[in-house]
Design a binder for this molecule. Structure first.
Ligand SMILES: Cc1ncc(COP(=O)(O)O)c(C=O)c1O
Length: 393
């Protein structure tokens, strides 16, 4: 295995979270963040425009090869605008996998649309394309340019494909299904910065995609997100909405209801420095993934990676028969773990929503899941401490 010299690091989460000596995911700060932030503060541009916002967008554009990038205040805001841009509106239905962070569903509610949850595949833990196809073929019909759900007569206005844990499922098949049923595909690549599908970056394989720069993501601005698209009109629209739909630089004229969703310049300064370290972050994530898979080989199972995918290994998660006991043992030694996201269909606000499933794989995976510390700055002695406990399983 490669050996890494870890430069000076600061575990921000450690100081916030005194309960855990080894946090699940902590930001990694190399130093350039301070330099850029200082430059930003000295420039006086402590606002939502400025050179760092532009530089950060350009950097994401270079890295992802997305034609257009619009930086916004969070991944949730990015998803809200992305859904609105593809025509998600009141009383329509939006399909998404049943396992995702709740923000994926919340953005659908913000558009006054209703989510339909589709169970995940037992090996990739991503939206099950076979279930999706069966649902569309048997329970929906096409009329004009749209697909409607037979039972409710509501239009299916989008399909949100979440790249769970920064990994990617059978995107080719899902693209085909979305195309055949005329359903706009939106990639929720919040966790997938640095992940590629057939050499194309996550989030640029559909009409519009989004990234998150939340505190636990591979690149963080504290809070932030971005919209990726090849469609100039969508890029213009979302930029306009994110800036309160303001039409003029000179006066406060707004041509529709907008949002205050712009990314502040100081946060973009942090983001730019973080982006410059992304290759190092990715190498560290791969190293941590190899560490866990070596220790757990034959003792646990983890997400399958398809050949077409180069994931970012954002957060190592495995399935154990006795995940709660293992979590307790790790917690006793100050090591933080988490289960995956609670299946969306079981959250109180989704009780009446449709859940497309045959064997409720989501619940089984949720119950057995355990995410293990995966910070870029995880130290060798910390890995030894974790290994000691895991090897006793
Ligand atoms: C899959 C997914 N979608 C959306 C979001 C929302 O992003 P943010 O926290 O930046 O609003 C997150 C994470 O935070 C996420 O993991």
């Amino acid at each position: 295995m490669e050996h890494f010299e870890i430069p000076t690091i600061r575990f921000l989460e450690k100081t916030q979270n005194q309960d855990f000596q080894i946090p699940l995911l902590a930001p990694f700060v190399t130093g350039k963040e301070e330099i850029y932030l200082k430059k930003c503060l000295q420039s006086g541009w402590i606002t939502t425009t400025g050179e760092f916002v532009e530089a950060f967008e350009r950097k994401i554009q270079d890295y992802t090869q997305s034609s257009y990038v619009v930086a916004v205040s969070s991944g949730t805001a990015a998803l809200h605008l992305a859904l609105k841009a593809v025509g998600v509106s009141e009383n329509s239905l939006v399909i998404l996998p049943n396992i995702s962070f709740v923000a994926s569903a919340n953005a659908i509610h913000y558009c006054q649309a209703e989510p339909i949850f589709v169970d995940i595949s037992p090996d990739t833990w991503q939206l099950d394309e076979q279930l999706l196809l069966k649902f569309l073929q048997n329970e929906c019909y096409s009329k004009g340019k749209h697909t409607f759900h037979k039972a409710t007569q509501k239009r299916i206005s989008a399909l949100v494909l979440v790249h769970n844990l920064g990994n990617i499922g059978n995107l080719t098949e899902i693209q085909k299904i979305a195309e055949n049923f005329n359903i706009p595909l939106v990639e929720d690549a919040a966790e997938a910065l640095g992940s590629f599908y057939h050499q194309k970056h996550a989030g640029i394989c559909s009409k519009v995609g989004i990234l998150s720069f939340n505190g636990n993501k591979i690149v963080t601005t504290g809070g932030g997100g971005a919209i990726l698209t090849a469609d100039e009109k969508i890029a213009q629209k979302v930029r306009h909405w994110a800036n309160q739909a303001k039409t003029s630089k000179e006066e406060y004229f707004h041509d529709e209801v907008g949002y205050n969703y712009r990314l502040p310049n100081p946060l973009a300064a942090i983001g730019l420095a973080q982006m410059e370290s992304l290759d190092f972050f990715l190498a560290r994530k791969r190293y941590i993934y190899n560490f866990y898979t070596n220790i757990l080989f034959g003792k646990a199972i983890w997400q399958r990676t398809l050949e077409s995918v180069e994931p970012n290994y954002w957060l190592f998660t495995a399935l154990f028969e006795n995940s709660s006991q293992i979590a307790q043992k790790l917690q006793d030694k100050g090591i933080q773990t988490r289960k995956l996201w609670y299946p969306l269909n079981r959250l109180p606000m989704h009780k009446k929503c449709l859940y497309v499933q045959e064997n409720d794989i989501s619940w089984e995976i949720y119950e057995k899941s355990l995410s293990l510390p995966s910070s870029v700055g995880l130290q060798e002695n910390e890995m030894e401490k974790i290994a000691e406990i895991l090897q006793k399983i």
